[in-house]
Write a protein that binds this ligand. Structure first.
Ligand code: SF4
Length: 338
């Protein structure tokens, strides 16, 4: 039985019309699910009994369950258990501009970035749309506050689960569902070139973040398996294609790894590579974990790197480090549990 939270409005309308129902039924269902938050079809008082029987026989409204919450002052980390017993995690961050949730898109990840705790455990399966949407809804319900922005940057490579992630974005953005503006949604990729182009063709106003982590193919291949499949030349051609289509600025994610990618030469090479692109660079202090040998760059080294990029005309920020007291690295809560 399929979960009804898998359906963007248009898909639900098409499905219901194909089954002989009126298109308007989808609006009634959306009102119950997302406005009244009523998940028992039996209580849909404006819908006929036979139609309710059809809904009960066709759709589930089951939720993923919160198994554990770790809390720090500016962050809460949630471990969820899925219907098949798999575990995923999401993070709620309190920014001065509002509440942001980082959601997972897959159970595990096959991209094999060497520094990543999430990727240490291989992909078991893609998440269905409802499993992504319910991370955001369950967290919003837990803190009894509206979520202001969503980043799809948790466990998994979102573009490796492209169709479900695009449906999820549609639901986030729908004014009748979570009403999160496209410019408050960010999808992150480690550089799957054909999918960057497919995303560009959709011409959405959603933000794109590219996990770059090194300015040369040689070094990138040492820390990211995806670099063996797509060269930087191909990645930046796709980026150009995306920017020509959307005119959107792209975030370049750059994780700061001690003596791996954090030297002044790296900063100069990065400045050269990004010259002429409409980007801003987000330097990410690394969260060390006991399972992975990489070390975090020192504050001094990050400052030097930052200054070099600035001097070369780039917009750059250093990401605020959330949750020192909890399992801060992405995937750490899940891998501890497993
Ligand atoms: S960094 Fe992202 S893409 Fe790379 S292994 Fe981790 S979850 Fe996958």
């Amino acid at each position: 039985m399929e979960n009804i939270f898998n359906y963007p409005k248009k898909d639900l309308e098409d499905y219901l019309v194909a089954k002989g129902y009126k298109k308007f039924l989808a609006s009634q269902i959306f009102d119950w699910l997302y406005n009244k938050q009523e998940y028992d079809f039996n209580n849909y008082t404006n819908i006929k009994k036979e139609t309710i029987d059809f809904l009960k026989a066709t759709f589930s409204t089951a939720f993923i369950t919160i198994t554990k919450v770790e809390e720090d002052t500016d962050v809460k980390k949630f471990l969820f258990t899925l219907k098949d017993g798999q575990k995923i995690e999401s993070v709620l961050m309190y920014h001065n501009y509002g509440l942001s949730v980082c959601v997972s898109s897959q159970v595990g990840c096959n991209m094999g970035c060497k520094f990543c705790e999430s990727g240490r455990l291989k992909k078991v399966r893609d998440l269905e749309t409802y499993e992504m949407l319910e991370q955001a809804i369950a967290i919003s319900n837990y803190v009894k506050q509206k979520i202001d922005s969503v980043v799809i940057m948790g466990i998994g490579e979102p573009f490796d689960n492209f169709t479900n992630v695009m449906k999820f974005i549609n639901l986030l953005n729908d004014p009748k569902v979570l009403a999160i503006g496209a410019r408050h949604i960010t999808v992150s990729t480690c550089g799957l070139v054909p999918k960057i182009k497919a995303f560009a063709d959709m011409e959405l106003q959603v933000n794109l973040a590219l996990s770059l982590h090194s300015p040369t193919d040689e070094k990138r291949k040492q820390i990211m398996n995806v670099a063996k499949a797509y060269s930087l030349k191909e990645v930046f051609e796709a980026l150009k294609y995306y920017q020509n289509k959307t005119k959107r600025r792209v975030t370049i994610e750059y994780i700061m790894l001690d003596k791996i990618n954090d030297t002044k030469e790296d900063a100069l090479a990065l400045s050269k590579l990004l010259n002429g692109y409409n980007v801003y660079v987000n330097l990410i202090p690394y969260n060390e974990t006991k399972n992975i040998a990489f070390k975090a760059s020192s504050k001094k080294q990050i400052a030097l790197f930052y200054d070099t990029l600035k001097k070369n005309g780039l917009d750059v920020t250093v990401r605020h480090k959330f949750g020192n007291k909890i399992s801060a690295a992405c995937g750490q809560l899940r891998s501890k549990e497993i």
